[in-house]
Design a protein around this ligand. Structure first.
Ligand SMILES: [Cu+2]
Length: 169
């Protein structure tokens, strides 16, 4: 467990990106996403949905618990699997559910747990370098306003059923 965190926390280098991240190796070391702690925050259940070839975007989900007495905020997300990554929320537009970026980030209030899940706030991986393959791991860097940056392995899960009808990107 400790060894895995050490590996995952190692900053990703451009070389790793060019080599396709060595995803298989990382997946072998970390078949399940484990809890990752940074400051007062603990991230659990980090996972992304597998995507089909040519699919330009993928969603990321997780739970963040703030055990401290100071509010924090998820302000940025990035991953070498994606050209860019955004924080999104779902919002009704008439009778259609749409997602849109959260320009001010996602609050993680003191003493509370927030859940990013289908149909709710989520991470959006845009401009995917390639398909997200079930069973592999997507390394994701989360940056919190107070707790700082932390690298979290996102387990890529097989695509499930359609999550939200009428969802448009
Ligand atoms: Cu989205």
């Amino acid at each position: 467990m400790t060894a895995m965190f050490t590996r995952i926390r190692t900053p990703l280098t451009p070389t790793l990106v060019l080599l396709g991240l060595g995803l298989a190796n990382i997946a072998a070391a970390a078949p399940n996403a484990a809890a990752v702690t940074v400051g007062d925050l603990t991230v659990t259940g980090a996972h992304a949905r597998a995507t089909l070839p040519g699919q330009p975007v993928g969603g990321g989900y997780m739970t963040v618990t703030n055990a401290g007495d100071t509010d924090d905020r998820l302000v940025a997300v990035s991953s070498p699997v994606a050209g860019r990554a955004e924080l999104h929320e779902m919002r009704m537009d008439g009778d259609v559910m749409r997602m849109r970026p959260l320009p001010d980030g996602l609050p993680v209030p003191a003493g509370e747990t927030i859940t990013l899940e289908p149909g709710g706030p989520h991470l959006m991986f845009m401009d995917l370098a390639g398909p997200l393959v079930a069973g592999e791991i997507a390394p994701v860097r989360l940056t919190f306003e107070r707790a700082g940056a932390v690298d979290v392995p996102f387990a890529i899960a097989a695509p499930g059923q359609r999550e939200t009808t009428g969802m448009h990107h």
